[in-house]
Design a protein around this ligand. Structure first.
Ligand code: PEP
Length: 257
């Protein structure tokens, strides 16, 4: 995968007040500048997905020449209007998002998001000019049963169904095995995730003019395993939770990439 741009991003999930968001951005931008990189390291595309409440503030803090792409962690698939408590694709784009994360396992498990919902959101995101970052990944029992490839393949197929061939290059697919995610997650061996990443990459093919989704890995990534995970030939980058919530952690991961 060397020679291609490596994507390294974090979702802050349900963390960070506006003050905490400002402190993170200040430290990351200062860190990039201090390392004589007004932008991110060459060949690295960093991104950050704040909570909706912090999106516009982070956009303003980063400014127009930001080295970081900005994204939302979710948005609704429907038109604006009767959707109390929800935020539309157009609204997150207006607040500064260029990416939108869809189908994270926490949303699938706790908020009723199905493959069908995710497909609707993918279409709505593309129509709003956003790049969908779709999370796929098998729960532990599916892995234990040895059925992870088929499970993830079905999620990828559903996510790509509404994507036109010429749009495939706008999609990011994050393989995040549920058993590896979060504080109760188990750090994966690279050999455990490599076959699934290869299948996700294979399924992403078939776009026009070679357009294909980027493939990221997420789940218990940290500075100890990032380099090994990035060696995977199917992987375009890393999607990180906890290990990047402290700005120094994020800078450390960018340096490794
Ligand atoms: C996630 O929840 O998407 C994630 C990658 O979390 P963590 O890195 O904390 O396991």
């Amino acid at each position: 995968m060397r020679g291609r741009t490596v994507w390294v991003g974090t979702s802050w999930k349900m963390t960070k007040t506006l003050g905490e968001a400002r402190a993170w951005v200040d430290t990351v931008v200062t860190g990039l500048t201090a390392s004589a990189r007004a932008a991110a390291p060459a060949g690295v595309q960093p991104f950050v997905l704040p909570a909706h409440t912090a999106l516009a503030s982070v956009r303003d803090l980063l400014g127009p020449a930001s080295p970081l792409l900005l994204g939302a962690q979710n948005a609704h698939q429907g038109p604006e209007g009767a959707g109390t408590g929800e935020v539309s694709m157009r609204m997150v784009a207006d607040a500064g998002a260029e990416l939108v994360e869809l189908g994270h396992s926490e949303r699938r498990a706790s908020f009723g998001e199905t493959d069908a919902t995710v497909a609707l959101k993918v279409r709505a995101a593309l129509d709003a000019g956003l790049r969908p970052l779709v999370c796929v990944g098998e729960p532990g029992p599916v892995r234990d049963a040895g059925e992870e490839i088929g499970f993830v393949a079905a999620q990828v197929a559903a996510a790509l169904a509404p994507v036109r061939p010429e749009e495939r290059g706008r999609v990011l697919l994050a393989y995040e095995p549920v058993w590896a995610i979060g504080e109760h997650g188990r750090r994966p061996e690279t050999a455990e995730v490599a076959p699934v990443l290869a299948e996700v990459a294979r399924l992403g093919g078939g776009g026009s003019d070679g357009e294909r989704p980027l493939v990221l890995y997420g789940g218990s990534v940290d500075q100890g395993n990032a380099a090994a995970l990035l060696e995977d030939p199917s992987t375009d980058g890393l999607f990180v939770g906890r290990a990047a919530w402290e700005p120094e952690g994020f800078l450390g991961l960018l340096a490794i990439a």
